[in-house]
Design a protein around this ligand. Structure first.
Ligand SMILES: [Zn+2]
Length: 261
């Protein structure tokens, strides 16, 4: 009887670094690393999916791993959508809505050349000629937020500092980028607190939360358990306020101007 050749078993396909793996319609960027021993999934900030794999990982095994993690991926993508910033734009047109301490005010264009932006009789008044120049209008309106915000914050600082038993810092209101406030200790005195002008669009209790949050940093740097214990003593509902700030904060106007008017 002639020898029959052994059936050739082809080696199962392996994942390769940089490939795209498609599993049930989902596209995953594959990263293979000799430092890994297990498979891992990451939802990146831009919503793309990364599959991290050890060397010589079989494609079948990876696909099965992704299928098992389907619900986790969906949950992550949903959460990412819910937390996505949706900051609106403004065009400085008559009747447009602006918020100050949680209340809505309609913009009223007035013919008062050179008049500063001001809140009067329930309307935010802006000179028409200023409004016509969007960059000038943007500067004028954000300067108004800085001005009224600073004077409001100065009135709140002393009571909060007394309640938290810290020295009053100097306060400025400006654009602090992606944060609502910052605190820097000083060589003398209470240090420097900066608040974002955009925060003054939010309800007063949330601005108070931001102020108390920064004041607590006078005693404790970082956001460890000691920090939250201290803040909770001053504001028992601080966790709820933080969630509200996260939720409402992603929808405040950050100074972006509408492309079309
Ligand atoms: Zn902080």
């Amino acid at each position: 009887m002639p020898d029959s050749p052994l059936p050739r078993t082809s080696a199962p396909p392996l994942l390769s670094d940089g490939q795209e793996l498609v599993v049930d319609g989902r596209v995953l960027q594959v990263r293979v690393s000799s430092r890994r021993s297990k498979l891992g999934l990451t939802v990146e900030r831009d919503g793309t999916l990364t599959l991290r794999a050890p060397l010589a990982c079989e494609t079948d095994r990876a696909e099965e791993f992704v299928r098992t993690g389907r619900l986790w991926i969906d949950g992550k993508l949903r959460l990412r959508d819910q937390l996505r910033p949706v900051h609106p734009t403004r065009g400085f047109i008559d009747g447009e809505t602006y918020r100050y301490l949680g209340r809505e005010y309609r913009l009223l264009l007035v013919d008062e050349p050179g008049a500063p932006v001001r809140l009067s009789a329930g309307r935010l008044r802006l000179d028409r000629a200023t409004a016509a120049d969007t960059q000038l209008a943007r500067r004028s309106v954000t300067a108004w937020y800085r001005r009224v915000g600073l004077s409001w914050a100065q009135g709140r600082l002393q009571p909060w500092a007394a309640r938290m038993d810290v020295m009053e810092p100097d306060v400025t209101v400006r654009d602090v980028g992606r944060r609502w406030g910052t605190y820097r200790p000083g060589d003398t005195g209470g240090g420097q607190m900066a608040l974002h002008w955009a925060v003054f669009q939010l309800p007063a209790q949330l601005v108070d939360y931001v102020i108390a949050h920064e004041l607590a940093h006078i005693r404790v740097a970082g956001h460890g358990p000691d920090y939250w214990r201290l803040l909770r003593r001053a504001i028992p509902e601080c966790k709820r306020l933080k969630d509200e700030l996260d939720e409402m904060g992603r929808r405040v106007w950050l100074g972006d101007v509408s492309a079309e008017r």
